[in-house]
Design a binder for this molecule. Structure first.
Ligand code: HEC
Length: 114
């Protein structure tokens, strides 16, 4: 199950700090809880270690970011799948997608009206 491979076809995306709203990005990192798992400075941390059962760490994103393209990072976070098709175990990508809708006030207008 964990060795399963998923097809991965990321859409084109290239981050340009000159065009991006960096302070908005920092707020979204806060809102989406990236630091809760990846650490206050996103340098990674051990999430849990249950001997003989499971050990899970959230990796250092400041190092990881250098090994992928912007496009790959964006798609990885959204899909929960790496560029090589392997799964990001413990990355809450589905929850992040749901938040995208839950945080959208139009969604709530639609739900309340529906
Ligand atoms: C609930 C904890 C949790 C949250 C919240 C979380 N992550 Fe993760 N993330 C993980 C874990 C655990 C992994 C390692 C997955 C693995 O190795 O299979 C991971 C992996 C990643 C990877 C892939 C690293 C690699 O080398 O393959 C990226 C990129 C990433 N996270 C970015 C983010 C971003 C950006 C956010 C916020 C939008 C975020 N994460 C929120 C737990 C979390």
């Amino acid at each position: 199950m964990l060795a399963r491979r998923y097809a991965f076809a990321p859409p084109a995306l290239a981050a340009n700090p000159a065009e991006a709203d960096v302070s908005s990005g920092a707020k979204l990192v806060q809102l989406f809880g990236c630091k809760d798992c990846h650490g206050a400075s996103l340098r990674g941390q051990l999430l849990y270690d249950i001997p003989m059962v499971a050990r899970l760490s959230a990796p250092n994103l400041t190092l990881v970011a250098k090994t992928y393209s912007d496009q790959q990072i964006a798609e990885m976070v959204r899909s929960g799948v790496r560029a090589d098709g392997t799964e990001l175990v413990g990355m809450p990508s589905q929850a992040l997608l749901i938040r995208q809708y839950v945080g959208n006030s139009q969604t709530w207008k639609d739900i309340v009206s529906g």
